[in-house]
Design a protein around this ligand. Structure first.
Ligand code: SF4
Ligand code: SF4
Length: 373
């Protein structure tokens, strides 16, 4: 495993980080710890030290699973990162959530606490100022409950730059991959200022992995190598849900040689082949869920990707028919589909404001039903 400086914090982190949002789940959406813990521990065995969760992941059970997985290991060997959504909170509210998280992880401290999906507007309303969340975080830092304050964001690059320039944060966590390079300048700016830099979605939420192979090379490994070839990146988080994914990613993140000519050519070909993916860029993050009407939004959009990008009409039609008939749950690639078909969307609008990619979810669901119904 490669290890890199997390900015000027003094932390060293593994180049591959474990994003704990896609751990195996039970039918009720909570983490299946008995299946998740061996996957997390396999990552530790292969040298992964950076583990990232969030207050909301898997209804709070992702943090419990990560805490259980790391317990047998010396605490100082692990860099524990998590996130708190600060909308509507003040310093006291932040403190309450932080204490809940420390209990879930069963740990005395968190290494990197992120304000989750922070916008410039939310920072001004709930973060900055007297009695705000930054003040609450500083107090917790003074007591040793957190080591470093960072933020994740889906705001515009210009607003992310403004957040970096506030000087309040020691780290950032942003989306960056072959299909979405909008944040490249923010990584450069943060790294130059000595902030730690973490990438979410290096394989585009698994969307790049839909195509397993390009020019004889593994696409997920290629995508990860491409992200890590950026010298301004400390750690790339991958949401891994199987031991095989952990092993493949760990092997890719252990290589320090630059991208070969063959790999660069494969990247170019892949980008040409997958141009359509930019238009339908559901990362499968699940932030839009649950749908009050039970529609499996990421699952339906995944089927559309299979149809449009891979030309797998039969797979997409069969999957959609199973959703329509209610024959769930079932697996497709790395994802478990469990919910209703796109045709059951009643256009209530509850999902769209929650989508970090700002996808026109209702229109896209209509396209799914039109194409596969
Ligand atoms: S708009 Fe459709 S998919 Fe979105 S929350 Fe409402 S019913 Fe569910
Ligand atoms: S529609 Fe948006 S919020 Fe929902 S899973 Fe896809 S990217 Fe995430």
């Amino acid at each position: 495993m490669q290890y890199r400086d997390y900015g000027r914090t003094g932390l060293k982190v593994s180049a591959l980080g474990f994003g704990a949002m896609r751990l195996p789940t039970r039918p009720d959406g909570t983490c299946d710890e008995d299946r998740a813990v061996p996957i997390l521990r396999r990552a530790i065995e292969l040298g992964v030290t950076y583990f990232d969760s969030a207050y909301d992941y898997l209804r709070g059970t992702s943090e419990v699973a990560v805490g259980r997985a790391i317990r047998p290991y010396p605490r100082e060997r692990i860099v524990l990162s998590t996130k708190i959504p600060i909308g509507g909170l003040n310093a006291g509210g932040l403190r309450e959530r932080l204490e809940t998280q420390l209990k879930r992880f069963n740990t005395p401290y968190i290494d990197v606490l992120h304000f989750h999906s922070l916008s410039l507007d939310a920072f001004r309303r709930y973060g900055a100022g007297k009695g705000g969340c930054v003040e609450g975080a500083r107090r917790a830092q003074g007591e040793g409950l957190i080591r470093h304050l960072a933020f994740s964001s889906h705001d515009s690059p210009a607003n992310v730059l403004r957040l970096i320039e506030t000087g309040e944060f020691e780290g950032i966590l942003l989306q960056y991959n072959l299909l979405d390079r909008r944040m490249a300048e923010c990584f450069w700016a943060a790294h130059t200022r000595g902030l730690g830099t973490a990438v979410m979605g290096p394989v585009a939420g698994g969307r790049l992995a839909l195509r397993r192979e390009a020019g004889g090379l593994s696409v997920p490994a290629l995508a990860l190598r491409w992200v890590l070839s950026n010298p301004h990146i400390s750690v790339a988080l991958s949401g891994m849900s199987t031991v095989a994914m952990v092993e493949e990613n760990a092997a890719a993140a252990s290589r320090t040689d630059p991208l070969s000519e063959e790999e660069t050519a494969a990247v170019q070909r892949l980008l040409g082949d997958m141009a359509g993916l930019r238009d339908l860029y559901c990362t499968g993050c699940g932030y839009c869920m649950p749908c009050p009407n039970g529609v499996d939004i990421p699952g339906n959009l995944l089927l559309l990707n299979h149809l449009r990008l891979l030309g797998e009409e039969e797979v997409a039609r069969r999957g959609y028919a199973r959703l329509v008939r209610g024959e769930v749950p079932f697996r497709l690639g790395e994802m478990t589909l469990n919910g209703r078909a796109a045709a059951d969307c009643v256009r209530c609008g509850a999902c769209e404001p929650k989508c970090p990619q700002r996808l026109p979810i209702m229109d896209q669901l209509e396209q799914v039903d039109a194409a596969l119904g």
